[in-house]
Write a protein that binds this ligand. Structure first.
Ligand SMILES: *[C@@H]1O[C@H](CO)[C@@H](O)[C@H](O)[C@H]1NC(C)=O
Length: 182
């Protein structure tokens, strides 16, 4: 009985001693860049969106925050392009002239056009050059344009899901650029 007890205690002791070592090993084995993504996304307003977006767009091969921000701007561009296409198709649908939804859609088309032609392209160029102040202004402007598109429907928006996604991506870009400016 006594020796069984001793073996049991020894086993428990070994488990306790092993714990920190195995955690340490896990950290060493984890690729540096998964760590970079996690550390970066943790400092944004939308951690989960940030991580999943980077993971599905080659963030793992980026070795710095600048690279991650550039990936995020590309995803912003793709999403804004898709949303603008959707706005055009809704406009072609049927809205009656003078209809409030039609007016809001037209104004959203202008705003998304500005997001793509001005904000996204300026942000991309500024980020590439390391001109982070310009990149920040553009990302914040994109978020504002999208929020104002959504507000134009006064609670009746057919674009809520897309606007929310595009706005959140813009905010993540802005948060990343803030890190670069620190
Ligand atoms: C928009 O962003 C989301 C989130 O990362 C992504 O899953 C989706 O594929 C993007 N859409 C386009 C058209 O790229």
């Amino acid at each position: 009985m006594k020796s069984l007890m001793l073996i049991f205690l020894l086993h428990v002791l070994l488990q306790i001693m092993r714990l920190p070592t195995s955690q340490c090993e896990a950290e060493i084995l984890q690729p540096m860049d998964a760590n970079l993504m996690e550390q970066t996304c943790k400092q944004t307003h939308f951690h989960d969106l940030c991580v999943s977006t980077l993971q599905s767009n080659g963030g793992i091969s980026s070795s710095d925050v600048q690279g991650l921000a550039i990936i995020m701007v590309k995803v912003l561009q793709a999403n804004a392009t898709e949303t603008l296409g959707h706005i055009y198709s809704l406009l072609q649908g049927n809205p009656k002239p003078g209809d409030q939804v039609k007016q809001a859609l037209s104004s959203c088309a202008d705003k998304y056009d500005a997001v793509l032609k001005a904000d996204v392209s300026v942000a991309m160029e500024a980020l590439t050059k390391g001109d982070y102040k310009f990149a920040l202004t553009s990302a914040n402007d994109a978020a504002n344009e999208v929020a104002s598109c959504e507000a134009g429907f006064s609670g009746n928006s057919p674009l809520t899901a897309m606007n929310t996604l595009v706005r959140e991506i813009s905010v993540v870009v802005s948060d990343m650029v803030e890190l670069l400016l620190q």
